[in-house]
Design a protein around this ligand. Structure first.
Ligand SMILES: NC(=O)c1ccc[n+]([C@@H]2O[C@H](COP(=O)([O-])OP(=O)(O)OC[C@H]3O[C@@H](n4cnc5c(N)ncnc54)[C@H](OP(=O)(O)O)[C@@H]3O)[C@@H](O)[C@H]2O)c1
Length: 341
C-alpha cells in the first residue's frame, strides 16, 4: 500500500518508527507492504514514488526540522494539497494539528484525498468534530474508507471495542472520562488538596497540559471525542454544536471535599443519552470509570452485553500511532473482502 503522510510531528514520526520496527512482521503476518511515498510538514515535502527510506528521513527531520531538505526527493516548493493531488497513493495519513474553529488544514486535506480516490486515516479530531456526517458521506460517495481510531482514547481501542467487539448489539448510551489532562488535574486536586491553578501548573510542567490549556480544561477536547463516538458508534448525525459543554476551571477544593464525604469524587464526564454533554459530575469512587491520573475510561451500555468498560492511556505518540497501523490493516482487510464501509 502506498501511503502519503501529512504531518511529521509526534504522531507522524512515531508512525514512521513503527513501520520501520514492524516491517518484517507486517509482511509475514499480514501480507502488508506499506510504502511511504511522500511525507509533508510545514517546510514542504519529501517525495519518492518508490518509497522513502524512513531510516534516513527521520534523522534528517530531527536534525534539520523539515523533510523538505532531504536529498532524496526533497521538495520545499510542494504543499500538502499539491502532494495529495499529484502523488499516486492508495492512502493518506493525516496527522496535522487539531483546529476546531474550521477544521483546517486537515479538512481540505481529507476532502482532497477522497476526491483523488485515497483512503484516509487520521488522528485529528478537528474535521471530524465539525463535519463527520458530511465526511462519511463524501467517503462513501468516492468509494474510499475513512478511519480515525486514534481520535478517541489514543491507543486504547475505544471505538473498535464498540464497533467491532459489540458487533450486532445496540449501544444504548455511553459515559466516560475522555480527557487525560483534566483527569490528571482533578486527581491531583482530590489527592493532594491543591487548587485548580496549582494542579494545572503541575500538569503543564509534566507536559500533560499545553501552554494554552483551553481545549482540555474547557471540555472541548472531550466534546470532540463525544461527537465522534455518537456518529460512529450510535449513528447520530451530530457535530460539536450539539454538545452541552462545561469545563473544570470552576471546580473548587470545597466541591471535591463535599463529594469525598459521600464516597464520591468529581470527574469531567462525557455522556451520550438523548443528548450529548460534557460536564463535571460527582461519581462514586467504586464506579468502574473512576480512574486516576491521565487515564481515560469509557463505559458502553448495550442492549444485550450490558455494561462494558474500557480503560487506558488517552494520549502518547506511539500509542496513537499504533492506531494508524491498525486502521490501515483494517482497510487492507476490507479491501481484500471487497467491502465498502
Ligand atoms: N500526540 C498525541 O498524544 C495525540 C493523541 C491523539 C490525537 N492526536 C492528534 O494527532 C494529530 C497530530 O498530533 P501531534 O502530537 O503529532 O502534533 P504535532 O507534533 O504538533 O505535529 C503536527 C505536524 O503537522 C505538521 N503541519 C502543520 N501544519 C501543516 C500543514 N499545513 N501542512 C503540512 N504539515 C503541517 C507539522 O509540521 P512541522 O513539523 O513543520 O511543524 C508537524 O509535523 C493532532 O491532530 C492531535 O490532536 C495526538
Amino acid at each position: 500500500m502506498r501511503i502519503i503522510l501529512i504531518g511529521c510531528g509526534v504522531v507522524g514520526q512515531s508512525f514512521a518508527q513503527i513501520l520501520v520496527r514492524r516491517e518484517a512482521e507486517l509482511v509475514k503476518n499480514y501480507g502488508f507492504h506499506p510504502r511511504v511515498v511522500a511525507i509533508v510538514d510545514r517546510g514542504g515535502a519529501a517525495v519518492n514514488p518508490k518509497g522513502l527510506d524512513l531510516e534516513k528521513v527521520l534523522p534528517l527531520k530531527a536534525e534539520k526540522g523539515t523533510v523538505a531538505l532531504s536529498s532524496e526527493g526533497g521538495r520545499p516548493d510542494m504543499s500538502a494539497l499539491d502532494v495529495i493531488e499529484s502523488v499516486e497513493a492508495e492512502a493518506m495519513v493525516e496527522v496535522t494539528p487539531t483546529n476546531i474553529k474550521d477544521g483546517e488544514p486537515a479538512l481540505s486535506h481529507i476532502k482532497t484525498a477522497f476526491k483523488s480516490g485515497k483512503h484516509v486515516v487520521t488522528t485529528n479530531k478537528g474535521p471530524l468534530a465539525l463535519a463527520l456526517p458530511a465526511l462519511t458521506e463524501l467517503a462513501d460517495y468516492n468509494k474510499v474508507y475513512l478511519r480515525f481510531s486514534g481520535t478517541v482514547g489514543a491507543g486504547t481501542p475505544v471505538l473498535e471495542l464498540a464497533k467491532k467487539c459489540l458487533l450486532g448489539d445496540r449501544i444504548l448510551s455511553i459515559r466516560g472520562i475522555l480527557n487525560g489532562t483534566t483527569n490528571y488535574i482533578l486527581t491531583e486536586m482530590d489527592e493532594k488538596h491543591i487548587t485548580f491553578q496549582q494542579a494545572l501548573k503541575n500538569a503543564q510542567k509534566l507536559g500533560y497540559a499545553e501552554a494554552d490549556p483551553s481545549m482540555d480544561v474547557d471540555g472541548l477536547d472531550a466534546a470532540c471525542k463525544l461527537v465522534i463516538m455518537a456518529n460512529w458508534i450510535m449513528d447520530k448525525k451530530v457535530t460539536l454544536r450539539n454538545v452541552k459543554i462545561q469545563g473544570i476551571r470552576n471546580i473548587t477544593l470545597q466541591a471535591l471535599e463535599e463529594a469525598a464525604k459521600k464516597g464520591c469524587t468529581v470527574k469531567l464526564i462525557g455522556s451520550i443519552n438523548d443528548d450529548l454533554k460534557v460536564v463535571p459530575t460527582e461519581i462514586s469512587r467504586h464506579d468502574p470509570i473512576c480512574v486516576g491520573g491521565v487515564l481515560n475510561a469509557v463505559t458502553f451500555f448495550s442492549e444485550f452485553a450490558g455494561e462494558e468498560t474500557v480503560i487506558g492511556r488517552g494520549a502518547g505518540g506511539l500509542e496513537t500511532a499504533s492506531t494508524i497501523l491498525r486502521d490501515l490493516l483494517d482497510i487492507k482487510q476490507n479491501l481484500a473482502t471487497k467491502l465498502v464501509a
